[in-house]
Design a binder for this molecule. Structure first.
Ligand code: KPC
Length: 495
């Protein structure tokens, strides 16, 4: 290891009289903003209160989320094929697999990720930074760290967000977790209630179920309301969770968490007022995040109703010279937004006008499937446009079991358990022939959705997609399915 992240770590030139910009927060926004600023020739300093760069992504958010997803996918296949083919029999009953050793492995890997962040930031990107100490913001041009004063022309706040825990009785009992303290888990839960069918709640619930916990997931709204997916895709996702024996309760609110010291049960209330108490030794809360704007409030910047720092598309706050980026500016609390916001703030500070557009973006969600989407749903397209053309797999009215879609990771399911091998569709404007949107449930498509987002913005047509060079078999079947219809002047659905 290159450094000890429990110790203060500095990498700055103490002779600097004044910086062009100080970034408060060395998470994704601060690190990418700083890097862009430096690359454009500006002088930056990044101050991070944690002992590492990269923020919550490597600490307790994106990376652990994907780590648990990967394990859930492996275990999902092992459960589907338990004691069949060449799969061994899982431990008794539902086959509880221990979580704590997984966390131990994760923490070892995390140290190395921190180390890479440090090495890259210092040795490759030549960033100036201070780690493991709080920044005391005096005014927009003055920041104090450990009694030392740093002067700056501009300030960028990237102080992130924290887990929002519902204010219900029992919220402070031991056994109540969110992403933020999950890595402190030191026992093996058996009965887990996940609160919030969110981007965090869904994968964590799927993970708990896959390791063999009796898992209940509740949400006060109908499931997946917040996600821009067609109903048939939502049904496929939820049916997949039910098939795997999860207890799913939508339109159900958390009333209280009960126990004496430790969680023993959870009381929930349905929309019709009926209540139910569910046995639980763990509650996992996935009900969103609150921006950490408190650090900026004394500066007089406008704070919104969700505790976020209000910014314009240039990442400017209401106070000239103060910018804010990432989660602290509110939703969407996404990696692309944090990093791009850092870049946009840096450009604007250096006089190159740039805007952050958050109106549309590709998105994803995990259960034991990877779910990705971009652009318009079929429903939205049909409401807005005269002629809509859709391609879809599996084939809706196929009389037998449809083994397609099939590609890496679903080959076995396609052949042994057709129906579990995913669902996908793409939506075109039948008039202009332009791609409007796409949705995918399966594996391995997430990467391509980043590029699909870009291609949709560029106005890619079915004819151009039909002319692409596919790598067959492929997780998204969009190229070949589009080509099957692209010869038609007037497109006819292939669903
Ligand atoms: C994958 C990994 O460990 C890095 S987490 C990314 C943090 S940053 O690059 O600052 O957005």
């Amino acid at each position: 290891m290159l450094y000890n992240y429990f110790e203060p770590m500095d990498n700055y030139d103490p002779s600097t009289n004044e910086y062009d910009v100080i970034f408060v927060g060395g998470g994704a926004g601060g690190r990418f903003g700083s890097t862009y600023f430096k690359a454009m020739g500006g002088k930056q300093l990044t101050i991070e209160k944690d002992g590492h760069l990269g923020g919550k992504c490597p600490k307790n958010a994106c990376v652990i989320h994907h780590y648990l997803f990967d394990i859930a996918v492996e275990l999902d296949l092992a459960r589907i094929l338990d004691d069949k083919k060449w799969y061994p029999k899982l431990p008794t009953g539902k086959g509880k697999v221990e979580i704590v050793p997984m966390i131990e492995d994760y923490l070892k890997g995390r140290d190395e990720a921190y180390d890479v962040m440090y090495y890259q930031s210092k040795s490759q990107l030549n960033l100036e930074f201070i780690l493991n100490r709080e920044a005391e913001i005096v005014d927009k041009n003055t920041v104090i760290v450990d009694g030392k004063t740093f002067k700056t022309k501009n300030l960028v706040i990237g102080s992130g967000s924290r887990a929002a825990i519902p204010n219900v009785p029992g919220k402070d009992l031991s056994g109540v977790y969110s992403y933020a303290n999950f890595l402190e888990l030191d026992y093996e839960p058996k009965n887990v209630v996940v609160v919030g069918a969110s981007k965090t709640g869904m994968p964590w619930a799927s993970f708990f179920n896959a390791v063999g916990c009796n898992t209940t997931m509740i949400d006060m709204n109908p499931f997946l309301t917040a996600f821009n997916l067609d109903d048939e895709i939502k049904e496929y996702i939820i049916d997949g969770m039910k098939l795997r024996d999860m207890n799913l309760m939508e339109n159900t609110a958390l009333s209280s968490i009960n126990g004496n010291g430790h969680v023993e049960s959870v009381t929930v209330e349905r929309k019709d007022g009926s209540k139910e108490t569910i046995k639980a030794d763990m509650v996992f809360v996935g009900t969103g995040c609150i921006p950490n704007s408190e650090i900026a409030a004394p500066l007089g910047v406008e704070i919104g109703g969700g505790n976020e720092i209000v910014v314009d598309s240039h990442m400017k706050t209401s106070v000239p010279g103060i910018y804010a980026i990432g989660d602290v500016t509110g939703g969407p609390m996404e990696m692309w937004k944090a990093r791009k916001a850092g870049m946009v703030a840096s450009k604007n500070i250096l006089g190159m006008e740039a805007d952050l557009d958050i109106t549309s973006f590709p998105d994803f969600l995990h259960t034991t499937y990877e779910i990705t989407w971009v652009g318009m749903t079929e429903k939205e397209a049909r409401e807005k446009l005269e002629k809509v053309f859709v391609i879809r797999m599996p084939i809706k009215d196929y009389p037998g079991h449809c083994p397609i879609p099939l590609a890496e990771r679903t080959m076995l399911l396609s052949h042994i358990h057709p129906g579990l091998n995913g669902m996908q569709k793409a939506i075109y404007d039948g008039e202009t022939r332009m791609l409007l949107g796409a949705q995918h449930v399966g594996y391995g498509a997430k990467d391509s959705f980043q590029y699909l987002d870009h291609l949709i913005r560029k106005g890619i047509t079915i004819d151009e997609i039909a002319n692409m060079n596919e790598l067959f078999l492929n997780p998204t079947h969009y190229i070949q399915l589009s080509r099957l219809r692209a010869g038609m002047k007037s497109l006819v659905d292939l669903t």
